[in-house]
Design a protein around this ligand. Structure first.
Ligand code: ATP
Ligand code: MG
Length: 569
């Protein structure tokens, strides 16, 4: 009974960073060390794109016997919160990685950065500029025109030192002055046109309090943080490629330890937005229930939805690491989720939209305990007993009064198998007189088919799942669809934004589901399969009286389709 689709193997995809590390170890470039870092800005919850970065940074370090630092890039106190720091730590751990003692904060290095800024000023390589932000922008030039030098560019060192110290002391208003590197206003690389190193921001910082009235810019801070931590491979996404000359320039001017910056293509997924700004908008405007909503592409959302961490790691390995941007089909991620769950999830029976069935010839007060297989993929998972009685529920969609061609499930006069139980034949349909809605079916059963096999070799064309009405427990099941209706939600008509592509029907709540009693008491986070209905996960909203389940994915496997779309593998 093995699903042939799940036998597709995870190919080791090309990863050019792995090759660089191998070569560096071979040439002993870093003295045998591999030190990477994952440097999130704590201004949102980590998403599947971050998972890719985490798998690269932590995964490769572990593979080569190195270490990976978890470094919070907390240089912008206005957007950063402890809640995000906690979420990042929880998610990295849940993905299966460990930073040990190496938990760092960019803000821990503010003093050292300040000393280095003074050094550049003294060397005539940095200056305080009084131009206002919009003037700086205007002076910067364009890709085709060189920039213009600021009238403050050639201030004497003493004046620069004095002004910079007073910026730090809080003497000037936000936005009134900045410290800039003195590089080249005519450089073809705009990042080299005297980039801003510090801005005035009179905002308290969660870790440094009121100590600072100036905060370092990313380009200045990041390389210094890497240098202080003796990072070997500073891995970041492609948009920083044009910043690498600046990364190198700062470290060269200071003549300090100099890591290698390496850029890779970020992950883009169909039907998904990944910008933290956009995810925050979804949360703040209430389109989802929070950062950890099971529809969100966040790691916490995927966890609540029921994605196993192994599935995310396998997916990240499979997509590889390249230099060219691409869009990955989200169904590839779902494939890995199914593959992992297929191996480990126990099978149960649950009816999502129940239809009552009375088995007319079954004795009134009898209850049979029938044996059911827990996981056909895993014989060690054993069997369990499922109660069967005269009144059961089946899935409403498993019955048609006028079955169309190729509908092989239950219909008037037709015989089907009840999983692990008996063959039953539909003999009558009861309807609500007013609405015409089917309220109940009557069937007869064949006692000779106990366990679901016919001794006379009689065949039926379908097998239905069911639960005993007297023993079933009520449950709520939340079904999810994609959050966006278009493959690239960022692509919009003029005058619209990505919200125009939001799927209004991404959540469907079924609150009259009937489940077999074996599932009673399952703890939040438990993952399992409802036969024929998909994989599910117990939600933290569950109560003793009413379990709540999230459907993680349906059983439908789209591997063949994905493979075709991705050009085979
Ligand atoms: P922002 O756009 O708000 O800066 P960010 O997604 O770059 O957000 P960071 O917290 O700076 O957020 O990201 C931490 C690390 O994760 C960085 O090294 C970044 O390059 C990497 N990263 C972010 N998004 C992706 C992605 N989609 N694919 C791969 N890596 C990513
Ligand atoms: Mg960033």
């Amino acid at each position: 009974m093995k699903d042939k689709n799940t036998e597709a193997k995870v190919a080791l995809a090309p990863n050019f960073i792995r090759e660089i590390m191998k070569e560096d170890l071979r040439t002993n470039k870093w003295g045998g060390r591999v030190v990477t870092r994952f440097p999130p800005e704590p201004n949102g919850y980590p998403h599947i794109g971050h998972a890719k970065a985490i798998c690269i940074d932590f995964g490769l370090a572990a593979e080569f016997g190195g270490v990976c630092h978890l470094r919070f890039d907390d240089t912008n106190p206005t957007k950063e919160e402890q809640e995000y720091i906690d979420a990042i730590k929880e998610d990295v751990r849940w993905l299966g990685f460990n930073w040990g003692e190496h938990e760092y904060y960019g803000s821990d290095y503010f003093d050292q950065m300040y000393e280095w800024a003074l050094q550049l000023i003294k060397d005539g390589k940095a200056y305080v500029d009084d131009l206002k932000p919009d003037q700086i922008r205007a002076y910067r030039g364009t890709l085709t025109e060189p920039g213009k030098e600021s009238p403050y560019r050639n201030r004497p060192v003493e004046e620069n030192l004095d002004l910079f110290e007073r910026m730090k002391a809080g003497e000037f208003e936000d936005g009134s002055r900045v410290l800039r590197a003195k590089i080249d206003m005519a450089s073809p690389n705009l990042n080299m046109r005297d980039p801003v190193m510090y801005r005035i921001l009179k905002a308290p910082h969660p870790r440094t309090g009121d100590t600072w009235n100036i905060y370092p810019m990313y380009d200045w801070a990041h390389g210094l943080e890497d240098s202080i931590e003796k990072v070997t491979h500073s891995i970041c996404t492609l948009e920083f490629e044009d910043h690498r000359p600046l990364y190198d320039w700062f470290l060269d001017q200071l003549d300090v330890y100099h890591p290698q910056q390496i850029e890779f293509a970020r992950l883009n997924l169909t039907y998904t937005v990944m910008s933290k700004r956009k995810l925050l908008k979804l949360v703040e405007e209430g389109h989802v229930g929070g950062w950890g909503d099971p529809r969100m592409p966040t790691i916490s959302g995927m966890r609540r939805r029921g994605y196993p961490p192994e599935a995310i790691r396998n997916f990240c390995e499979r997509i590889g690491v390249a230099k060219r941007d691409s869009m990955v089909d989200v169904s590839l991620l779902e494939y890995f989720v199914r593959e992992e769950l297929n191996k480990h999830a126990l099978r149960y029976m649950g009816v999502l939209r129940p239809l009552r069935v009375v088995i007319d010839n079954y004795p009134e007060d009898t209850v049979e305990e029938l044996e059911a297989i827990n996981n056909p993929e895993d014989p060690a998972a054993g069997t369990r007993k499922v109660p069967f009685s005269k009144v059961i529920y089946i899935e409403r969609e498993d019955f048609r009064e006028d079955p169309p061609r190729k509908f092989y499930r239950l219909a008037p006069g037709r015989e089907v198998r009840l999983r692990y139980a008996y063959f039953v034949t539909c003999v009558d349909v009861v309807k609500d007189e007013k609405t015409g809605e089917i309220t109940e079916l009557h069937c007869t059963y064949d006692p000779a088919t106990r366990g679901g096999d016919s001794p006379d070799g009689r065949k039926v064309k379908s097998t239905l799942h069911w639960v005993s009405a007297a023993h079933a427990m009520n449950a709520e099941v939340r079904l999810y669809d994609r959050l966006f209706t278009t493959p690239d939600p960022n692509e919009v008509e003029q005058g619209q934004d990505f919200m125009a592509n939001l799927n209004p029907n991404s959540l469907e709540v079924l609150n009259a589901c009937k489940i077999e009693p074996s599932l009673v008491g399952a703890k939040p986070g438990t993952r399992f399969q409802f036969e024929r209905q998909g994989y599910l996960c117990v939600d933290p909203d569950s109560t003793h009286d009413k379990p709540v389940f999230n459907r993680t994915v349906t059983l439908r496997d789209t591997w063949a389709k994905i493979e075709k779309a991705q050009g085979g593998s």
